[in-house]
Design a protein around this ligand. Sequence first.
Ligand code: DAH
Length: 360
Amino acid sequence: MDGLDTLKARFIAAVSAASDEAALEEVRLAALGKKGEISALMAGLGKMDPEARKAAGAQLNILKDEIDAALRAKKAALADAALNERLQAEWLDVTLPGRPRRMGTIHPVSQVMDELTAIFADMGFAVAEGPQVESDWYNFDALNIPPEHPARQEHDTFFMARAEGDNRPPHVLRTHTSPVQIRAMAAQGAPIRVIAPGRVYRMDMDQTHTPMFHQVEGLAIDRDISMANLKWTLEEFCRAFFKVPSVELRFRASHFPFTEPSAEVDIRCSWEGGQLKIGEGDKWMEILGSGMVHPKVLAAAGVDPTQWQGFAFGMGIDRIAMLKYGIPDLRAFFESDLRWLRHYGFAALDMPDLAGGLSR
Ligand code: DAH
């Protein structure tokens, strides 16, 4: 069967020319499929006499196996090539550094709390906390604001409900962070140096007031702390916080029930061209209330006023955040508008520290 060699050569060439699996399958069908050429030759064996059939049959079987083997080998080669092509195309360098993706931002209030905590921690102040739902005693009485004191009216207090028939004074949403002074002194005694940043609540709402806002309380009690220490501490804070080489503070006599003497503190600034500059100019801006802690307040917290004295201050956090970062409207702070947060927010991994310059 001379023709078989030609047949074989033709199919082997067709196998090796097949460039993909579909073309290879066509070659397989043309050779070994039901209607394929080799199948047809096999079918023709029946008409031969037994001797010739035996020889031809053996030859055809060998040819069939050879073509089958060539088809399998080619199929494996094509699969290999396809895999290699994919590996090339989908190549990935796992040693590359990750691409940073912004996962939300740090709110300016949180940022400023972190900044001022870093500054005061550097001066030896620990952070103290207290509850936002506060008893009438901590929020008022212990701070020398007895019932019927006019200062209670000024605080526009939110009162919590009491059960019917319960005539004790209702709890309040704390109207300032000052009650944390009492809690911290009662828990730790003197000497003590703490700040207490946190949320406070008053019934007030306009462009510069929201019913919830933030304050930071400061308290330093020791045997000989004076107003001079207060002034230095506040100047040091303002210099670091507003990142200016020098600041000028003005103490104005004032009145708070929980301090004696009391002072409101203004910072020298200019508003030239609508832009705020701290430490220069001829304008003064009020930034906080302060004073020497009243002996009655020390006594209420279990600290002996004949042995200990010190200063306290309370400052609005939202306000200094607006000043430092040029944010015009306080209400936007609490609207959770994503565009606002992206614009005024801070990167999550930039923790403020003094060496790093607080904020970038
Ligand atoms: N608690 C006062 C307020 O909310 C602020 C304040 C004034 C706090 C004087 C103080 C202070 O510690 O000494 O208006």
